[in-house]
Ligand binder design. Structure first.
Ligand code: SF4
Ligand code: SF4
Length: 157
């Protein structure tokens, strides 16, 4: 091909590339400036566990251990105790004296959530699970009852 032909072809390719650049200059970016901007997740997104309370502050968990039995990876450990009728912690006869989730074992299958008869244990939206040592992967009952606010926005299904 001649020198002039090569030049015309080269200029046409540059023009095509510039057209693509200009097209995307005015399109909303698909990337998110995380962590300054929250990540959008679907309502069914499953991440860090949370233990829920009733509106009156009582713990939902009645220490039945069904979640522990349902967990395929033995990630949950529950120890139940009798409620003091004068100062009950949950509405049932028993409550969870110890409740632990080992995130190193968890595969986020959601079976614990499905097994719970009182919707006490749920998989929330907080996916920020990085810790500085392995002990941080063991979530205590207190940590489960007081989950951090997730840096997400929940999108429509
Ligand atoms: S999400 Fe699945 S693996 Fe994780 S604690 Fe619940 S039942 Fe176990
Ligand atoms: S979280 Fe639910 S299933 Fe697990 S021990 Fe408590 S009440 Fe039972």
């Amino acid at each position: 091909m001649s020198y002039i032909g090569d030049t015309i072809k080269g200029m046409s390719e540059v023009a095509k590339a510039m057209a693509i650049t200009l097209k995307y200059l005015f399109v909303k970016p698909v990337t998110v400036q995380y962590p300054e901007e929250p990540i959008a997740v679907y309502p069914r997104f499953r991440a860090r566990h949370e233990l829920r309370r009733y509106e009156n502050g009582m713990e939902r968990c009645i220490g039945c251990m069904l979640c522990e039995a349902a967990c395929p990876t033995n990630a949950i450990h529950v120890e139940a105790a009798e409620n003091d009728p004068a100062h009950p912690i949950s509405p049932g006869e028993r409550y969870a004296k110890v409740y632990e989730v080992n995130l190193q074992r968890c595969i986020f299958c959601g079976d614990c959530e499905l097994a719970c008869p009182v919707e006490a244990i749920v998989l929330g939206h907080n996916f920020e699970l990085a810790v500085y040592d392995r002990k941080g992967f063991l979530l205590s009952k207190e940590a489960l009852l007081n989950p951090p606010t997730p840096n997400v926005i929940v999108r429509a299904e």
